[in-house]
Design a protein around this ligand. Sequence first.
Ligand SMILES: Cc1cc2nc3c(=O)[nH]c(=O)nc-3n(C[C@H](O)[C@H](O)[C@H](O)COP(=O)(O)OP(=O)(O)OC[C@H]3O[C@@H](n4cnc5c(N)ncnc54)[C@H](O)[C@@H]3O)c2cc1C
Length: 822
Amino acid sequence: MSSCVTGHGIALTLLFSFQILHHVKITGGARGCGLAFARGLAEAGANVAIFDVVDPDTTFYAIEKEYSVRTAYYRVDVSSPESLESGFSQFQKDFNNALDICVPCAGINRHLPFLEFTYNDHHDLVSINMIANGTKHGSIVLVASMASHIAVRSQLCSAYCGTKGAVRAMCPAIAKELAEYFPHLVQGWESEAMNGRIAEPEDIMGACVFLASDANDEGYSTRGPVDASTTVVVVGAGPAGLMLACNLARFGIDVTILDDRPDKTSTGKADGMQPKTIETFKQMRLADPLLRNAARVYDISFWQSTADKPLHRAGRQEHYPERLVGASDPYILLAHQGMVEEVLIDDMEARGVFVMRNSRFTSCSRVAGTGQLDIAYEDLASKTIKTIRAGYLVGCDGARSKVRECIPDAQLEGEVTNASWGVLDGVIDTDFPDLWSKVAVRSDQAGSILWIPRERNMTRLYVQLSETDGERVDRSKATPEYVMRRARDAMRPFRIEWKTIEWFGNYVVGQRVAKRFMDSEARIFIAGDAGHCHSALAAQGANTSMHDSFNLAWKLNLVIRGLAKPSLLSTYEEERQKIAYDLINFDAEHCKAFSQGEAALAKNFDENIRFISGVGAEYSQGLLNRGRTAISTPLQPGTLQLPAKVTRYIDANPVSIQLDIPMLSQFRIYFFIPDVAKALGFLGTICEALNNATGMGKVSSRASQSYATQPQGAAPSDAFIQPQRYTTVSSVFTYAMVTQSSKSEFEIADLPKVLQDSRWTLYLDDIDSPRCTDKWFGSLQSEQVGIVIVRPDGYVGSINTWELTAGTEAGKWIGDYFAFMM
Ligand SMILES: Cc1cc2nc3c(=O)[nH]c(=O)nc-3n(C[C@H](O)[C@H](O)[C@H](O)COP(=O)(O)OP(=O)(O)OC[C@H]3O[C@@H](n4cnc5c(N)ncnc54)[C@H](O)[C@@H]3O)c2cc1C
């Protein structure tokens, strides 16, 4: 109704509300129905007039002020032609005869046995309940009732059911009759419909069967009425849940996020953000507050004491050496988990999504035959159980996940060790020289300690309470005082005192992975600690958790929009479960090395530092990562883009290629062109193939329809990003060109239209040494073209090189990659 209203200079809605006759009892809420429509249409911006025989409810008069629209009430008896005529002529005068929407809502009921109904009773019901409207303009919204479908036996209302059935039956007949006034609509529908025609009866036969079946219990579950509906319910507002909900909100997907805590994390838990996570936050344009306020760790030093040598520095090294890692931000960013959560919460709220706090997920059931889920949670404030109907449920509810229990066969598998650690955050006073480096200490008498510098002048100490194979420390003994005593013993001869303590916690190390990350219908998922548990020593948990849900978010977006086949979702489990196993295998070795001293730990770091940084988290061959064996290039399917600097052609800005294109749930297709002049023919052929109406062009046109009806979630900060620059050709594919030709050698106008329209993603490879082309491809001859398909999460999907004559073949190669979207 609102769409009928918007766009009209003056939108007048005429409402007939229920008429009450003496000795008649009104069936529940009839009058409220008319008022609710009035309110809804006013909220949508329409001026509203009411025809009724009784004074409107007081709330009607509040509408005018509340929504800044005009309202009017006319005393009209719709069963009387004279009364109707006078009502119409009055409002024509008052509203300049501007009528856009008419909602005949008037109705009466009489609860009499059928055999006792008189001719006059029938006449009254028909003349009021079935009256049309007496107008010849605008839209008509006819309101029938459940009574047009079913007879409510207890209510003695056969005539009422008859009139409501008549309203429903009249509706298509009126529509058909009036269709001659709207031939353009029919033609428009035909050309806009996806398959170029309007539906045949057989097309909707299945819908009819469904509606007639038991499966059609829309709005009700076994528990009772549904309180709300959404597309995705995320349980848990920790790092995993917030990363997911934030991205879904950005992509324009309806999302509800529940958390049982009353507030966000204020202290403690995760504090170390790895280089890859920093890159992800930069790609989301959310890194600035963290980069401004967090501490940074660039090096690690190793200290140890033995029976015959007191505590001494045994080694010091760069934490993320360029030769091993190659990250653009080669440091750990230290800020407590609440700061990271806050950045995601702020962005989500700017896009209109808020965490529902004090809401504890309790259970989930499937709505038969629909694929939908009824998700129950307890509102801890009101102590009531509520139900949300949704298409998808994602459990980001931590190690003791309740959502995990909803996925058959998804229990955690692996080992829980005896190793336990105490964790203490506070401001330290010490003469220990390496306070502001990350420090691994192995003491002869008092176990191991890990020092981590933190924001706000703080230091985190992980203090080993018991070894992997030793006796587990009694939990009651693991107090802050006990941990401080252990630390003082281990650090001797250095002095160490605490000026303040902000947080204390302890945990037992286990390495476990859930057997399943999703159910077989691809409706219920788990992410983060719900899927994997391990030690906190290498600062992996929150980082991996956020990348789980980062991986899932864009896949859900494409599937929910109907832009990719649901089979895309199974790549979530394949990819992220592999990373979880890589993580626990590494973690077990890392914990062991910690107990063995400097040499073992330094070796373990060297061997795993790419993985620890996050840039070495790699996916195997699969639906999305294809062609690894075809050619040998530094960049491979399943790996992340390598950082490189290039010059943006249009404004001569030097930019990092892996960060420049914002993440809008779209694939990026990079053409590496050593020589533009030589490659114009190739580019022309391939751009034509990519934008054709049957392949990727068709996906793009489906995407533009989808985003037109359900746009990306906007925030004021988008004004500084200008996301539309990157979706000029398609909402799902951003095309980019990287060339070694100089700016003076070509104009944008020389390029094929697809690349002309992609003017913000044309880059000159003239900054880095080695150049971006060499970093990504090894080397590329001037007679060649390199193509890289980059997934929406920044992973390489596929990479290949082509001769200049192979434009058609290259176009087919790209089209084949995207078969899962066709
Ligand atoms: C001492 C310590 C230090 C750590 N240091 C690091 C580090 O430096 N770097 C790193 O990457 N990781 C670190 N971690 C690990 C990191 O904290 C976790 O891996 C991370 O918090 C997992 O995120 P998550 O979103 O999966 O789960 P969580 O952060 O556990 O969030 C789960 C959320 O779900 C809510 N919830 C649970 N059940 C329900 C329910 N039924 N209904 C509604 N809500 C529910 C919880 O209240 C919580 O808010 C550390 C952990 C600890 C304990």
